[in-house]
Design a protein around this ligand. Structure first.
Ligand code: SF4
Length: 109
């Protein structure tokens, strides 16, 4: 192993640590994002509700029945937890959605 190789590995470790710190900062910043409003046009189109128990299952039949009861933002594969209550969602960039919420784009995680 050459000195150059060792330095490169050290640099790589430093870069990895910096990248990890950057992700943590980015995650903290996303906690400051505004909550998605249920009145947002895309949220309305997808039936987003902060409280999944209040979804009109006659209108949003995907949410009906025993399988629908298990559908929450927090169990959706598009959900990226921020804290115990909120998370990010790739359908709504720049906004945070409630883990207890739901929308018709729910995908099994
Ligand atoms: Fe919630 Fe998933 Fe809909 Fe995003 S796509 S709002 S995480 S149910």
């Amino acid at each position: 192993m050459t000195t150059e190789t060792t330095l490169n590995r050290r640099q790589l470790v430093k870069l990895s640590a910096s990248a990890a710190a950057g992700l943590i900062i980015a995650r903290s910043a996303s906690a400051q994002e505004a909550a998605l409003a249920e009145s947002d046009p895309t949220a309305l189109a997808l039936g987003y509700a902060e409280d999944a128990s209040k979804v009109d299952t006659a209108k949003w039949t995907k949410k009906a029945g025993p399988d629908g009861e298990k559908q929450l933002c927090s169990s959706c594969s598009l959900y990226q937890p921020i804290d115990d209550v909120w998370g990010g969602c790739s359908i709504f960039p720049g906004k945070k959605v409630k883990g207890a919420g739901w929308c018709n784009a729910w995908i099994s995680g």
